[in-house]
Design a protein around this ligand. Structure first.
Ligand code: SF4
Ligand code: SF4
Length: 592
């Protein structure tokens, strides 16, 4: 019979500081230098005074010349302030994977995977002593990677110097996106203050000057990085790129801490009518919108309402076809063909039509121009009689498939059906990069998938074979490893984080304090708070007489041989983990 272990301390936010190594002298030294010396201590609440934020959410790190601080593509949730020395950022195109020490992550071998079936505790969700409390580790063990030939890197790559007093890494820390560049120490003994995002959030919240400063550099750096990814800007020379950059606006819709509203919206049954509009069908196409983070819904008038044609995620572009069409055929201009609506928190870039027509289109190779829009002879509800940018050019060749286009987005509804798109959009499933879908026509309810999950996770299956169904496709209640994981917003310790190599959203049980913020934030109910037990099955009870709980969810079998056990276990090919950020994988699976 299970016992009850009582009198334990309930875990708290700073039980697992970022490091145990910061001394009082270190904190005093930091408080004497900018930006901390300029902060008003009175602005910070008693629950999070400035010295405590630094002591618990920051750590000092020293790097040798050539040592890599952050790698392009890695996920990270901290920002850096250079205290001494300098660092170099490698501008696009970045370093090859081998130069930055990339390799496949370690997985359990086949024999360890089999052995775990016998090694599992007889009790559910055992909190072994080492995971009850401990120093903070995020993702895999940190290893030092040193560039072997710094002069060659400097010779062959464009780089820029970041000096003492500068921040970097704030884009990944604040947007939950991968690092956008590799940065390495430029000199020996380069000293950095690394601040995890919970601390950065507090510093920005209670110090308006820092908030303004970080906002500004975030906008500047994000802009140049993002513009470099747009295919139809690749051919521009430096002067052309500079003109586009100067004209581009960086806009955000919604609130960073939007998960509460988001969940209420989902529960209330989201509909296109409630969402803010970025650009409306029938309007003059006065700019190209590129989605940088978050999602937007693409709709078209249908009867008295709207129907959803698609959702656009990071990297997708809106308005390009119409602007290119009007530049090519100024005698028959078209209006915007769709409405673009914000879903949740969305970053967009807006490049004005004037700069596209004056700088981008005239120098674009003709084979990259999209096809003229076929309005079916109706004029596509165009309100224009003349184009303000009339020009004569040669007829276009076929549209370039590499250039993301609205036309491509529209095509997808014929592959999965507009009702399925509506279902996915209404439930916000497009956020999932590893969404568990089950074909109910094939599923025999044998529960082999659930048992396989249970066997690999301390007898606690990390998903429910249950969820909304549309057209015999069920979206199961399992963590989808979202493109924008709103569960991470507000975690006071950073226990829930992205794996730094593959980007899965995982929970570090050692630093989880069981506050349930993540479970409340997840709109998909994919996180369960589970009572913790010791090896003999005793429920762990804190000194306040309540059980100690920790957050658990699907970790995508990150350390398992062969990937997710649920998918491998299904004998009927009924279960699949699918990236729903675009409809391609789902369309291929449905039509297999
Ligand atoms: S826990 Fe929820 S919000 Fe977080 S990644 Fe998983 S499904 Fe997305
Ligand atoms: S319950 Fe969730 S939000 Fe709270 S500490 Fe644990 S992982 Fe973070």
């Amino acid at each position: 019979m299970s016992t009850v272990v009582t009198g334990l301390d309930r875990p708290r936010r700073w039980d697992s500081p970022f490091t145990d190594d910061l001394t009082d002298q270190d904190i005093s030294r930091l408080l004497l230098r900018p930006p901390f010396a300029d902060m008003k201590a009175d602005n910070f609440p008693r629950s999070a005074p400035l010295p405590d934020v630094l002591k618990n959410d920051a750590r000092l790190r020293t790097y040798a010349k050539g040592e890599i601080i952050v790698r392009e593509g890695d996920y990270g949730t901290s920002a850096f302030l250079i205290l001494r020395g300098s660092a170099r950022v490698v501008l696009a195109p970045g370093l090859p994977p081998s130069a930055v020490g990339r390799r496949e992550p370690a997985r359990r071998g086949i024999f360890r995977a089999i052995a775990q079936l016998w090694a599992n505790s007889r009790e559910d969700e055992v909190a072994r002593k080492k995971t009850r409390k401990g120093s903070f580790t995020q993702g895999k063990a940190e290893t030092n990677i040193i560039l072997q030939d710094v002069p060659r890197v400097l010779d062959q790559h464009r780089t820029a110097t970041i000096r003492a007093g500068d921040f970097f890494g704030e884009i990944a820390a604040l947007s939950r996106m991968p690092r956008t560049a590799t940065i390495f120490a430029e000199e020996d003994e380069t000293e950095l203050l690394e601040i995890r995002w919970q601390g950065l959030r507090d510093l920005m919240r209670y110090d308006p000057a820092l908030r303004t400063h970080i906002d500004r550099i975030y906008r500047e750096r994000a802009l140049s990085t993002y513009l470099a990814e747009i295919p139809f800007l690749q051919h521009l020379d430096e002067a052309g790129k500079a003109r586009v950059m100067a004209a581009t606006q960086f806009e955000t819709y919604g609130d960073y801490d939007w998960s509460g509203d988001y969940k209420k919206l989902v529960q209330a049954g989201a509909s296109a009518g409630k969402e803010p509009i970025i650009a409306a069908e029938g309007d003059y196409p006065n700019g190209i919108v590129m989605i940088r983070a978050g999602f937007a819904r693409l709709t078209q008038r249908y009867g008295d309402g709207h129907r959803t044609l698609n959702y656009l995620g990071s990297g997708r572009i809106y308005g390009w076809n119409e602007i290119a069409n009007n530049w090519r055929d100024p005698g028959r201009p078209v209006a915007l063909q769709h409405t673009l609506r914000v879903i949740g928190y969305t970053h967009v870039l807006v490049i004005p039509a004037a700069v596209i027509e004056q700088v981008v289109l005239p120098s674009l190779p003709k084979h990259l121009l999209p096809d003229l829009i076929n309005t079916g002879g109706t004029g596509a509800a165009s309100p224009f009689t003349t184009s303000p940018f009339a020009k004569t050019i040669a007829p276009a060749a076929a549209a370039d498939k590499a250039v993301p286009s609205v036309a491509a987005a529209e095509g997808s509804d014929t592959r999965v059906g507009s009702e399925m798109i509506e279902f996915l959009t209404a439930n916000r499933y497009f956020n999932g990069t590893e969404t568990m879908v089950i074909d109910m026509d094939r599923c025999t309810r044998c529960d082999d998938c659930v048992r396989a999950c249970s066997d690999t996770h301390d007898n606690n299956p990390r998903f429910l074979r249950h969820g909304p169904i549309h057209d015999s496709i069920m979206v199961a209640q399992a963590c989808m490893h979202c493109a924008d994981p709103v569960c991470m917003i507000g975690c006071p310790t950073g226990a829930i984080h992205r794996d730094s190599f593959e980007g899965e959203v995982v929970i570090n049980p050692a630093s989880c304090i069981g506050c349930s913020v993540c479970a409340n934030n997840c709109p998909y109910d994919a996180i369960r708070m589970t009572e913790q037990r010791d090896e003999s099955g005793g429920i762990l009870i804190a000194s306040d007489a309540k059980p100690i709980v920790k957050a658990t969810k699907c970790d995508l079998c990150i350390d398992q041989y062969g990937g997710p056990a649920c998918e491998r276990a299904c004998p009927h090919d009924a279960l699949k983990r699918i990236n729903l950020n675009t409809l391609d994988e789902l369309a291929a699976w449905i039509n297999r």
